[in-house]
Write a new protein. Sequence first.
Length: 559
Amino acid sequence: MYKMKQLSPVGPNQIIFCLLFICILVYLLGWLIPLMEIDAAQYANISREMLGNKQYIQVYDLGKDYLDKPPMLFWLSALSMKIFGISDFSYRLPSYLFSILAIYSTYQFSLLFYNKLIAWLSALVLASCQAMFLITHDVKTDTMLMGWVILSLWQLAAWFSMNRWKNLILAAVAIAGGLMTKGPIALMVPVFAFAPHFILKRNFSQLFRWQYLIILIILAILLFPMSWGLYLQYDLHPEKMMYGQRGLSGLRFFYWTQSFGRITGESTWHENDSFFFQFENMLWGFLPWILFFILGLMSEIRTIFHKKFIIENNEEWISTGGFLLTYSALGMSKFQLPHYIYVVFPLAAIITAKWLYKLLYTDSLKKWIRPLLVVHAMVFFLLWMILLLLLIVVFPSFHQIPAILCSVSVLFLIYILLSKKQLLPRLLTLCVGTILIINIFLDTSFYPPLLEYQLSIPVSRFINLRHLPKDRIFLNQISEERSLDFYCKSFFKRVDNPDSLQSGDFLVTSREGYKMLDSTHFIKIYQGDYFHVSTLSLQFLNPASRGKETNMYFLLQKR
């Protein structure tokens, strides 16, 4: 379709593969960061608890019924902990593998419709977007969901193309895996992706095939253990109080209320209900590719209008249709969080890669290259300056050497960009190089000192080093600190009346809790400042005003 320009005797596919490998290695630097509160630490604790009590089809959190997320993340994390021991490494490993699966599946899906270079670009865009660096260390269900969903899309596309049973079966397994990871969204994305594709191709017979019954049968079989567990835990016990109501059906909650109920209003959860909320989060989550994505999406929409909503047999609307319809469904939800959109980032990566290919490897968009290079150079310069300020100003005692290394890395990237011999287009090098530098230094030099303000990290380290008796440690006036349990490999009890503790018992409490105590009955053995690190503010980042944002914690011993 387009005549490709040659830039280097070294093929771009090989260079992109090397960059992909570097991205996957940089993900591992995020494992230097302790688990963040609340979700990642909570899910790790649930996995540890599941392994300990061997209750695999009924999910509990601190001994209480847990009805929020399906069990797939907990199953695989518990299995990893059984093999490798209880650690944040074991918790993160399954999701890390699913991130690689998502990248590989994106490449294979693209290869069904486009040339190899577009497929490689699709994989690179996904692998190097900011969200991937985040969700491979701050692990929630979305990393795993992304892998299941794009795997199902790849296998379904292969089945429609080659009509092989193994692709149909693998697609059904992937959809079931996604359903057991985060619910009906794993089924709806394939529907949203393929329905408009076949309608635009006027291939209506594909919408009604008897083989879909096979998919439903496989789903029913694979979903049975989870469904049976929900039935036993909730539907058989209408007396249980969940979310302020009795008689809540676990089956209905997972298969309807948790997803569709947020659109119909049945769900009582309401937060971030703007239609543009997910787009606002894409502006940073899909860096450095967000502008290319917007231009690519606009190009796709304009093209389909020009073609009068008809696509040829060798074309696909799976990526664009799947993204648009899924985004619209998420945008209508009354409860949204920033990571919900990540499920369709593989589709966004394909849309972006198609436009990047036309921009960088053909002459059809040649006039766009210089303006986009200038715009991105300006934006990335600001990002580099912000990174340097984070390294120098926010935690100055920690960052003298990293700040120097960061400056040298940026200068080296500039040298590569100014070199006459280019292995990749300068714009591509600029984007990937910038995001890698930013995340290398965030993971090694910003997050570690930041997490020292998460109460559980220094306190668990102190408890473990001093070998304090964990069965005699209690919490009071402390909010959610699931990672304290996880890193101490214990379940700490909470007390409302610390004066009832026995002599020699230990108490972790906040400044407010300490003021309510009879201090003559307790000895201070450790104290520090803490802050909810997932809710960063400018006041906290400024060392001069940080003290106004933090609270104090105390580790006390009863006399």
